[in-house]
Every structure is written in C-alpha cells, then in structure tokens.
Design a protein around this ligand. Structure first.
Ligand SMILES: C[S@@+](CC[C@H](N)C(=O)[O-])C[C@H]1O[C@@H](n2cnc3c(N)ncnc32)[C@H](O)[C@@H]1O
Length: 330
C-alpha cells in the first residue's frame, strides 16, 4: 500500500473514531441537561463514623459483608519498598502494611497509590481519589504526609474508608465525602496536585444494587462511558495545571470477545483535554472476578492485566501540538 493510501486509511479511521466520540459525548451532554441532579459532596467526619459504629459493626457492599473492626497493625510501611521504574507493575504480595486489607472487591494494591504519590507529589500536596472505595489511597496519604480527599457514592464504602483511617499516626489532613465523582462541587477549580483513582470497570463488579444509577457500576457499558466523560471533565477542572491524573482501568469480555474499556477511557480523558504521560500494564494476581470463572476449554486468553493511565493537564499556554501523538490532536 502506498504512503498516500495508508494516510487516507488512517484519516478515515480517525474520522470514524472521532464521529463515534462526538456522538457519545453529545449524548452525554444531552443526558446531563435532561437528567437527574447529581449528588453534592457531603463531608463525613470521624464523629459520623463513630455514630455509625455505635449501631452497626459491619458494612454491606454489593453482596459482600465486611466487618468494621480495628486491625492490629504490625507495620506501617512496606518492607524493602522500591519505586517502580518501568511500565510493567506487578505486586504478587499485594501489600498488608498499616490497615490495608484485600477484602473490598476490586480494591487496588496500596503499592499503586504509594508509587503515584511518591513520584508525582511532595509532602503537603493534595491528593484526590474520587472513587475511593475502602480508602486505600487515603491511608497512603496519611502515611506519606499528603493531604487527602476521598469521595465515594456508596455511604458504606465511606464508613469502611473511615475505619481504615482509624489509626494513630502523624498529623495529617485527610477528609472523606459521600458524593459523586461527576460532581466535585466542594473542590475548587485547579486546587488538586494529584488524582489517583480506580473506577469500576462498567458493571464487572457491582458496588450497590442496580437501582442506584449514580453508581457507575450499575450502568451498561455505553452509559458507563458517557458518565465517565463527566468524570473526566470534573477531573480536568479540579486538577492544577501541569499536574497528573492516574486512572487504573481493566477490560472485559462479552460473548468471548475482548472489550477494550481502557481504550475508550483513554480517548475520553484525551477528549477532556489531558495529555497521555504513561500507559502502564499492571499484572493481576488472585483475581476474584468473573474473569476467572472460565474453567476447562475456552478459545481465548484469560485477561490477567489492567492498565494504569497517567494523564497530565497541560500548563497554561503550553504548545500541545508538539504532543499531538499523545493528545489525540492528530
Ligand atoms: C474499584 S472501587 C475503588 C477501590 C479503591 N481504590 C480501594 O482500594 O478500595 C470503585 C469505587 O467506585 C465507587 N463509585 C461508583 N460510582 C461512583 C460515582 N458516581 N462517584 C463516586 N464513586 C463511585 C464504588 O462505590 C466503588 O467503591
């Protein structure tokens, strides 16, 4: 094929992709106009947590009951921690220092936020996890002397995060909110130094019952992508210029064919204005999801990795054209 043919084909693919995105995004914008008012952020304090604990000693997340008990802490730091230096991350020992536990479905290994916080922030910076789940990112903020803001749509998850933050350590400023990642109304424009978050991968794991449409894990893949566009816009709004936004995302299969959720999420975040800084493969160990229900003969490979996308918000007046291949401006 000649150079001209290749470039015409590429332009055509680009045209199709662009059209698909414009359709997705215009549907998202229309939906926002007609749709529900998004939940505002409500600060949930230690007192709220203690009151909750006085009546209840567990939380229910999806179909899982998790006790709210105080973990006996054996160590506050990982042994022999070394910052990651390549684009493949693998943590066979997921990390059990401090109050970290692996009992929240789909929670990320604390090595991931630790690496992101150490590489992209300094002491006193503000880190946001707007889908904090059991609060892994916030525990790392507390241990590493960063200010943390955590948000989750599921009240029980916020209680669990409070439970995981319930240990004595140096003074830190870590706040939890019940709220919606699509509406970070209590966070000022350009006030955050790092976003480190791990959204649901559409409905692969469900965190609340399907009727809670604000929970992105209760949506179809198409609806999920539309709502993630709103998450990308809010992320762009609250992040300081020149700072980083890291999203861990996985893919799935339907009818035995691969669905590249990550690929769509990447385009959505580029469309919001971010530039792709890193594309990291995170090896998965001990998967408890439907990804491993396949036993015996099957004609495809089990998905055993996730993607950690690290985006950068451009500086004011930055010439992003020179980064066209990393920013979808082709
Ligand atoms: C993969 S989990 C996060 C796990 C977390 N990183 C941890 O280590 O525990 C995804 C979280 O997103 C939350 N979520 C779903 N929809 C949301 C929304 N619209 N706004 C905020 N959180 C949401 C779910 O309740 C769930 O806790």
């Amino acid at each position: 094929m000649s150079y001209v043919n290749v470039s015409i084909s590429l332009s055509f693919c680009k045209y199709i992709l662009l059209n698909q995105f414009l359709r997705l995004i215009s549907e998202a914008v229309n939906m926002q106009i007609e749709s529900e008012v998004l939940m505002p952020m409500t600060l949930i304090t230690k007192e709220d947590y203690l009151e909750f604990m006085s009546n209840k000693k567990y939380v229910t997340i999806g179909n899982l009951t998790i006790p709210l008990e105080k973990k006996h802490i054996q160590k506050l730091e990982p042994d022999n921690y070394k910052i990651e230096s390549t684009t493949i991350w693998s943590f066979p020992d997921r990390g059990y220092w401090s109050t970290h536990k692996g009992d929240y479905r789909g929670n990320w290994s604390p090595y991931i936020p630790r690496n992101l916080i150490m590489r992209y922030t300094k002491a006193g910076d503000i880190v946001l996890d707007q889908m904090m789940g059991s609060g892994t990112t916030l525990v790392e903020c507390k241990l590493l002397g960063r200010n943390g803001i955590g948000v989750d749509i599921n009240y029980d998850a916020v209680m669990l995060a409070q439970n995981r933050l319930d240990f004595e350590y140096k003074d830190s400023n870590v706040n939890t909110y019940h709220g919606d990642a699509r509406n970070l109304d209590k966070i000022e424009d350009e006030s955050i130094d790092l976003i480190a978050t791990h959204p649901p991968y559409a409905g692969i794991i469900q965190y609340s019952n399907r009727k809670n449409r604000a929970d992105l894990s209760s949506l179809s893949i198409k609806e999920y992508l539309q709502e993630m566009y709103k998450v990308s816009q809010e992320s762009f709004r609250v992040l300081k210029k020149g700072k980083y936004c890291a999203i861990l995302i996985g893919d799935t299969r339907r009818h035995k064919h691969y669905i590249p959720i990550t690929h769509n999420i990447m385009h959505i975040f580029l469309e919001a204005g971010f530039i792709l800084k890193e594309y990291i493969i995170k090896v998965q160990h001990n998967m408890k999801t439907t990804r491993e229900i396949w036993k015996g003969n099957y004609d495809f490979y089990k998905i055993a990795h996730e993607h950690l996308l690290v985006f950068r918000k451009p500086e004011s007046g930055e010439k992003v054209r020179r980064l066209a291949y990393s920013s979808d401006l082709l």
